[in-house]
Design a protein around this ligand. Structure first.
Ligand code: HEM
Length: 447
């Protein structure tokens, strides 16, 4: 553990599995968490607050409030397994790669378009069509909001947004975009509620391909209604965007980079993809049983999430009572974070942590050995956090990555351009979600 100044002031950072075990699993007595989420990111009247809204699963800091959201959201994520959606949209990405005709492609931006279309379809049955038409109205609207939220000036000085946005027409426009986006979402929710009430919901639609909004509304309907207000449902949908879109896009681009840097690794992963999915010269849609057999690819995905996990530390917390953490007395009110990045790169936790090595995740390998130990070793790999507040979209994201990467391996060989700045390791460039700086890749068709 160490301390450094952060947005909440001097903050304790956890970087070992033993301390992380307490942080993740020792939640404290009802109704409060010991390590309760701080609402710093949600200052009222900011663009971020306007977009995401205060009442949702991610920001809930009290147990009863969180349970209310999790009750509806959980069954939706359990039922949802939209492999067809993942696959069909991956094929659209391929048409962009084919058009590039072996010219370098900014893979992070392309993966962001892919994951935006995925979350539109799988989240609430909406087609952003951002892979093929990145300039259309709704993509521009969403991107305008996202750029506004991640603008470093307003991120670091939220009071500018609250008190002085009247001086900045561009900022006012961004708030206007949020209102437009919310109106669109409200319309979709309303229509879906009506369909459900009139029992027009297609009964024959496979549950695993239904969108998360429909699944949440169905689960609410079966509870007799009124579990969450429309505002709360909308707020949860917006969280799925913020939590599930850039994170998965960056995880995918880091994996594509790892495979580009090491042709032998790429070839081995391709052999597995061809063995499982066949080598016929046309695109395929992987099934659930196919994905289970992609064992080597899975190791690559896991090692990529250890080496370059897009979420480096989750949201800041504050202690709600005096606590003893690993023999250190910490007073109530202390700001505290779990640094996933530091834990994943800690030489006292992982052997040669700066070496990218998927074999750590082979059966009986380093990761399994750690998980079997009693001192919190299972927490050593926590790209999605752990315990109660672990990422609810973990399986969704892992399946999305497996589908995209296995289809990509079948269809293309890829490499870094000669002058790439990412030859050794990927160079990253932002705060918050870890993102590669202008990562370009050259794709060569196999069929
Ligand atoms: C590689 C991809 C992803 C990573 C690395 C990731 C990481 C995380 C982490 C670290 C947390 C805990 C945050 C905290 O408590 O401070 C979290 C929570 C969450 N994530 Fe993800 N996530 C990913 C993908 C997704 C996807 C695809 C979705 C939804 C479609 C999603 C939805 C959520 C939600 C709703 C929570 C809040 C859960 C709760 O508090 O009960 N995430 N994620």
């Amino acid at each position: 553990m160490y301390m450094k100044p952060d947005r909440l002031g001097w903050t304790v950072y956890i970087a070992t599995p033993e301390a992380a075990k307490q942080f993740f699993l020792k939640t404290g007595k009802f109704p409060s968490y010991i390590y309760a989420k701080s609402d710093i990111s949600l200052e009222k009247d900011t663009l971020f607050h306007d977009f995401v809204g205060p009442k949702n699963i991610l920001f809930a800091s009290k147990k009863d409030e969180w349970k209310k959201h999790r009750k509806l959201v959980n069954p939706a994520f359990h039922k949802s397994k939209p492999l067809k959606t993942f696959g069909t949209l991956a094929h659209k990405v391929f048409s962009v790669l084919d058009d590039a005709n072996e010219a370098p492609v900014n893979i992070t931006l392309l993966m962001e378009r892919y994951t935006l279309d995925v979350i539109g379809h799988a989240g609430f049955g909406f087609d952003f069509d951002s892979i093929l038409h990145n300039n259309n109205e709704w993509v521009q609207t969403y991107n305008g909001i996202k750029d506004g939220i991640t603008d470093p000036v307003f991120f670091l000085m939220p009071w500018l947004d609250k008190h002085f946005r009247w001086m900045c027409p561009k900022r006012r426009h961004r708030h206007h975009l949020v209102a437009q986006f919310h109106d669109m979402l409200s319309g979709v929710i309303e229509k879906k509620r009506q369909r459900l009430q009139q029992q027009l919901q297609q009964q024959d639609e496979a549950a695993d391909e239904k969108d998360l909004l429909s699944l949440m509304l169905e689960s609410e309907f079966s509870e007799g209604g009124n579990v969450l207000t429309d505002e709360e449902i909308k707020s949860n949908l917006n969280v799925f965007f913020l939590a599930g879109h850039d994170t998965t896009a960056n995880a995918l681009s880091f994996a594509i980079h790892a495979l580009a840097r090491d042709p032998a690794l790429q070839e081995k992963a391709r052999e597995e993809a061809l063995r499982v999915l066949g080598d016929a010269p046309h695109d395929v849609l992987p099934t659930s049983s196919d994905l289970k057999q992609l064992e080597y690819l899975n190791r690559i995905i896991k090692e990529t999430l250890r080496f370059n996990g897009p979420s480096t530390g989750g949201m800041p917390r504050r202690l709600t009572c005096d606590t003893n953490l690993m023999g250190v007395a910490l007073p109530k009110g202390t700001p505290i974070m779990c640094s996933i990045y530091d834990m994943h790169h800690n030489p006292r936790v992982w052997t040669n942590p700066e070496t990218y090595d998927p074999s750590r995740f082979a059966p009986g390998g380093e990761a399994d050995q750690k998980a079997a130990s009693r001192d919190g070793g299972a927490m050593a790999w926590s790209p999605f956090f752990n315990g109660q507040r672990m990422c609810i979209g973990m399986q969704f994201s892992l399946e999305e990555q497996r589908v995209m990467l296995s289809c990509l391996l079948r269809k293309y060989e890829w490499r870094l351009p000669e002058n790439s700045i990412h030859k050794e390791n990927v160079i990253t460039g932002t705060v918050g979600i870890m993102t590669a700086k202008n990562l370009e890749i050259i794709f060569k068709r196999r069929y």
